[in-house]
Design a binder for this molecule. Structure first.
Ligand code: GDP
Length: 312
């Protein structure tokens, strides 16, 4: 089976303040999606508060960055243990993770929490040792500490081979050795492309899309965000939703959204591997699988445990 060399799906995980947002902002800046007149003033991942106020749980943000011919979807993950279900659902949409660790502070409680989830999902990890510019950092010791944590959390042999990139996200610098970082994000982009598996291209097989997160928009109503695991989905398509209680319901896809930089953009069609937002069905819920009417096959049940998801 062929793969989507033009696509990578990753989650970014870290203890709070270790530099996820700063790193994603830098990747955006260095990627083809950043335009001079497009300020990155609404920081990549800081709109959680607004969404919480609206009562919608989509703390996760997707930022799509472009490196050469490849689109990299970077999904933010909440580090807090209260959102364990959401973290798991995000990790079901990706093939790898970037673990950001502060080179001065080392591993912290949320590093452990999110890394454990990623390893359990058998995701391919990359470690970014950030804030290498801080005085008195001991990068080698911190890498050993990270390795110990991987072992303790039961990483498999492949996961233990994680590559390390050193960075000062604040200064837009990165490199393969702590003392040779330069002002470019290429080492991080290249490591993602080389190490994170590309999604499978399933061609014309029957559609399977699973809703992992919900959003709401005044114009189109409720929106289900998820990954196309198989086949294709297009605007106008008549599809069936398979609910987690076993019932089904038919609807027509009214709009599809992909991602570009920090923005959501309308698209006509998506295919296996793509992470997209689908509208057209008012009572869609997390965990539900969307299929063609003549080929009903649900994806495995997803864990939903946040009280905020009990929307009426
Ligand atoms: P997040 O909570 O993981 O998203 O962390 P942020 O990206 O918001 O960064 C937390 C703080 O660390 C901010 O004050 C950043 O300016 C700072 N920071 C991020 N990256 C670096 C870095 O490479 N070096 C230094 N010295 N500070 C950094």
């Amino acid at each position: 089976m062929s793969v989507r060399e033009d696509l990578r799906n990753i989650a970014i995980i870290a203890h709070v303040d270790h530099g996820k947002t700063t790193l994603v902002d830098q990747l955006l800046k260095y990627s083809g999606t950043f335009r001079e007149n497009e300020q990155v003033d609404e920081r990549a991942m800081d709109s959680g508060d607004i969404e919480r106020e609206r009562g919608i749980t989509i703390l996760a943000k997707n930022t799509a960055v472009q490196y050469k011919d490849t689109t990299i979807n970077i999904l933010d993950t909440p580090g807090h243990a209260d959102f364990g279900g959401e973290v798991e659902r995000i990790m079901k949409m990706v093939d790898g993770v970037i673990l950001v660790v502060d080179a001065y502070e080392g591993t912290m409680p949320q590093t452990r929490f999110v890394l454990k989830k990623a390893l359990e999902q058998k995701l391919t990890p990359i470690v970014v040792l950030n804030k290498i510019d801080r005085p008195n950092t001991k990068p080698d010791e911190v890498v050993d500490e990270v390795l110990d944590l991987f072992i303790e959390l039961g990483a498999d042999d492949e996961q233990l081979e994680f590559p390390v990139v050193y960075a000062s996200a604040l200064n837009g610098m990165s490199g393969y050795e702590p003392d040779t970082i330069e002002e470019t994000m290429d080492p991080i982009f290249k490591t993602i492309l080389e190490h994170i598996p590309a999604p499978k291209d399933t061609g014309e097989e029957p559609l399977q899309f699973q809703v992992a997160l919900l959003d709401y928009n005044d114009y189109v109503g409720r929106i289900g965000i998820g990954r196309v695991f198989r086949g294709k989905i297009h605007v106008g398509q008549q599809v069936t939703v398979m609910k987690q209680d076993g019932t089904t319901k038919s609807f027509r896809v009214t709009k599809l959204f992909g991602f570009s930089g920090l923005k959501r953009i309308e698209i006509e069609e998506a295919k296996s591997g793509d992470i997209v937002a689908v509208s057209g069905m008012e009572d869609i819920n997390v965990g539900e699988t969307i299929c063609p009417q003549n080929h009903l096959e649900a994806l495995p049940i997803l864990r939903i445990d946040e009280p905020t998801l009990q929307m009426t």
